[in-house]
Design a protein around this ligand. Sequence first.
Ligand SMILES: *[C@@H]1O[C@H](CO)[C@@H](O)[C@H](O)[C@H]1NC(C)=O
Ligand SMILES: *[C@@H]1O[C@H](CO)[C@@H](O)[C@H](O)[C@H]1NC(C)=O
Ligand SMILES: *[C@@H]1O[C@H](CO)[C@@H](O)[C@H](O)[C@H]1NC(C)=O
Ligand SMILES: *[C@@H]1O[C@H](CO)[C@@H](O)[C@H](O)[C@H]1NC(C)=O
Ligand SMILES: *[C@@H]1O[C@H](CO)[C@@H](O)[C@H](O)[C@H]1NC(C)=O
Ligand SMILES: *[C@@H]1O[C@H](CO)[C@@H](O)[C@H](O)[C@H]1NC(C)=O
Ligand SMILES: *[C@@H]1O[C@H](CO)[C@@H](O)[C@H](O)[C@H]1NC(C)=O
Ligand SMILES: *[C@@H]1O[C@H](CO)[C@@H](O)[C@H](O)[C@H]1NC(C)=O
Ligand SMILES: *[C@@H]1O[C@H](CO)[C@@H](O)[C@H](O)[C@H]1NC(C)=O
Ligand SMILES: *[C@@H]1O[C@H](CO)[C@@H](O)[C@H](O)[C@H]1NC(C)=O
Ligand SMILES: CC(=O)N[C@H]1CO[C@H](CO)[C@@H](O)[C@@H]1O
Length: 548
Amino acid sequence: MRPAALPLLLCAVNMLAGQLHAFFKVFIEPPEPVVEYGGTVRLKCGTTCQDPSATGNLETSFYKHQLEASGPNEKVVELRNITEWSSNILCYFFCNGTREMVSATLIAYRPLEQAVLEPVPQLEVGESHELVCHVPRVAPVRNLTVILRRGATTLHTATFKDKDKNEPQDVVVRHLVTAERGDQGQNITCQALLDLQPSNVHFNTTSSPRALDVYDFPEDPQLEMSETNLETDEKFNISCSVRDVFPAPRFELSLAGHSLSPRVTEDGLRAVAEVSHAQQGQFEVVCSVRVGPKKRRQQTLVHVYSHPQPQLNVNNSVLKEGTEVSGGCVLPPGHSPELQLQVTAGPRVLATWGPSPLGFTWNVSEEDNGTEVLCEARMPASKKNPKKSVPVVLIVTAKPKLDDRGCPSSQNWTEGENVTLRCQARGNPRPHVVCKKDGTTLIPGQWHMAKRAHTGMFQCEASNALGRDKRDITVWVQYHDINVGLIVAVVLVVLGALAIAGITYGIYYRKKKMREYQLQKEQQRMEMQKLRPEETVGVNGSAPGSQP
Ligand SMILES: *[C@@H]1O[C@H](CO)[C@@H](O)[C@H](O)[C@H]1NC(C)=O
Ligand SMILES: *[C@@H]1O[C@H](CO)[C@@H](O)[C@H](O)[C@H]1NC(C)=O
Ligand SMILES: *[C@@H]1O[C@H](CO)[C@@H](O)[C@H](O)[C@H]1NC(C)=O
Ligand SMILES: *[C@@H]1O[C@H](CO)[C@@H](O)[C@H](O)[C@H]1NC(C)=O
Ligand SMILES: *[C@@H]1O[C@H](CO)[C@@H](O)[C@H](O)[C@H]1NC(C)=O
Ligand SMILES: *[C@@H]1O[C@H](CO)[C@@H](O)[C@H](O)[C@H]1NC(C)=O
Ligand SMILES: *[C@@H]1O[C@H](CO)[C@@H](O)[C@H](O)[C@H]1NC(C)=O
Ligand SMILES: *[C@@H]1O[C@H](CO)[C@@H](O)[C@H](O)[C@H]1NC(C)=O
Ligand SMILES: *[C@@H]1O[C@H](CO)[C@@H](O)[C@H](O)[C@H]1NC(C)=O
Ligand SMILES: *[C@@H]1O[C@H](CO)[C@@H](O)[C@H](O)[C@H]1NC(C)=O
Ligand SMILES: CC(=O)N[C@H]1CO[C@H](CO)[C@@H](O)[C@@H]1O
């Protein structure tokens, strides 16, 4: 039968059936037939009618190969080379003058091809990416299920139940994922299932896995330099570090376009290189870091300069006080033009910071003898110590000078003491001082015994190669002399006193002796007056006249 004729036939059968009540059943086996496209299917059209005279048939648009049935109430046909994706099948029977029929749809399918997952690029943490899975030429698509998985986790399940097209269709399933660190190394798979239940036709394919490769590089590297103002050939450290990166970063360091071989720290997050540069100039230091496909870079400039030792010259290093010394400080050719020089003499600044050559003149005084003149060179922006020239020590010659401080005009000694004349002269070379008075010569600083004769005015003279200076000094010598006259006077007074004392005693003694004698005589007289009383009175009255 031609396929175009089938609808007409169905129409006719329906009209025949009319409103009759069906007391038997008609069925198709399998009830939901499926067949591989281009393949062969065997269908049975059967009835529950027990009437052996019942007649029926199975109608399709395909050529039928009638197969032998097991009884009168069934028809078995084989359909070959099924090239319709969907076709109607009609099964009918007449039984005792009543017609019953049933229809089914024969669905042709294609064996499921393997799902194909599009490559997944390296993903930055936090980045969203659309996973794309292709399942080619699926028929029938409404029975397809596509499952996207990350490891064992189901990310997305797609079904197509509302798609009623029977022809093969290319299926694309998309799903947006956001990368996380934990995704690293996880396999993404796309599984396609074509399940044609209740038939036992069932396909199950899985794409080859795509491993996720995630990376994280949230911020630019940090570039640190131990110093950015450097001398030629001076070593310095370049350090480049990153934070929060995943997986391990790859560092590239370069100086002035030449790549360096940095040392990477144990944690892998820092690269360090110790370098130097031989030429002067501004040079770029670049650190570029790769993490996954991402590259970040950081650059900075180093300033390399030639910093030779400054050369100081002084037109004269031995000069007289009150004269000028001049000189200059220069840097050898090829030095960096930014370098600045300064000339100092002790704490005094002779010429302040300026470019090479730097000249100076200086009027020296006596106190400047022994001063070191020094030239220093520095790079203004650098914190490094300036470089110093070889110092020049100035010898300032000066005429002798005698003044009250070194040579007091009045000096007091005490006779007999160990003394020295204080008279020191200023001047350079150190002057020689001699002091004279009436043929006495004293050298200040030499010790001697102070003599009374030193009293008087000394004329001191200081001299050196440049001249001489004079000063008078009055020397006083204190002494404690013994006064002979006084001693003689004292002795005389003492002697006189002694003499008077002696005479006085002598007179007294004689008087005492005479009184004793007179008393004896009186006693004798009294004793005699006892014998003759009148005689005693006469003796007593004549006695006072004998005293001196
Ligand atoms: C199957 O059918 C197609 C188109 O109807 C035809 O081209 C093809 O030759 C047939 N194949 C077989 C084996 O009969
Ligand atoms: C991902 O798939 C590859 C290849 O099939 C396999 O070797 C690997 O072990 C899988 N990785 C994980 C985390 O399952
Ligand atoms: C296929 O899918 C449709 C719609 O979901 C369903 O009704 C049907 O039972 C499925 N199986 C076959 C063999 O068509
Ligand atoms: C699909 O096949 C895999 C093995 O290839 C199996 O583990 C899985 O259970 C199958 N899925 C279904 C729905 O049949
Ligand atoms: C550079 O770093 C190393 C190691 O930290 C250190 O030993 C060296 O002194 C540094 N060099 C300079 C010039 O700072
Ligand atoms: C140097 O200074 C002294 C004292 O201050 C002065 O007498 C002299 O004239 C000065 N010399 C010159 C060359 O300026
Ligand atoms: C050094 O320079 C000063 C100042 O210019 C000058 O007065 C003096 O004569 C110079 N001395 C010599 C030895 O050239
Ligand atoms: C002058 O300076 C020189 C060098 O420092 C030193 O040897 C000398 O003693 C000094 N002269 C005087 C008088 O201070
Ligand atoms: C030294 O002695 C004289 C006279 O006795 C006195 O006028 C003078 O003040 C004294 N000088 C000192 C430094 O003691
Ligand atoms: C005098 O004094 C000086 C310094 O105190 C000492 O060196 C010297 O020996 C003394 N001379 C005598 C004779 O005592
Ligand atoms: C088997 C069966 O049901 N037979 C019936 C067919 O129809 C006639 C009348 O139309 C009945 O009498 C039979 O019993």
